[in-house]
Design a protein around this ligand. Sequence first.
Ligand SMILES: [Zn+2]
Length: 101
Amino acid sequence: MKIRKGDTVLILSGKDRGRKGRVIETFPKKGRVIIEGINLRKKHVRPKRSGEKGQIVERPAPINVSNIKLICSKCGKATRVGYKTEGKKKYRICKKCKGEI
Ligand SMILES: [Zn+2]
């Protein structure tokens, strides 16, 4: 998967379209990521002990990587990701500015 934890991405679809956020978790097998503050879902939390109140918390739900685009840390543009190998080292490059991401 081309998106990694800590990347800043642009949301391309859904109610958060056009917003940017930081990737806080990735699920490479499912092709999904969780982005900070994006795709929030309300979740009802039941009280753990009697006397405690249940509450509603908002948590970001995973979104498909096809619905996001990486924002290059070098040029700041939403871009596609390429790969470059030098010897044994493989790294990601921005398709727009060719900079290492
Ligand atoms: Zn770039």
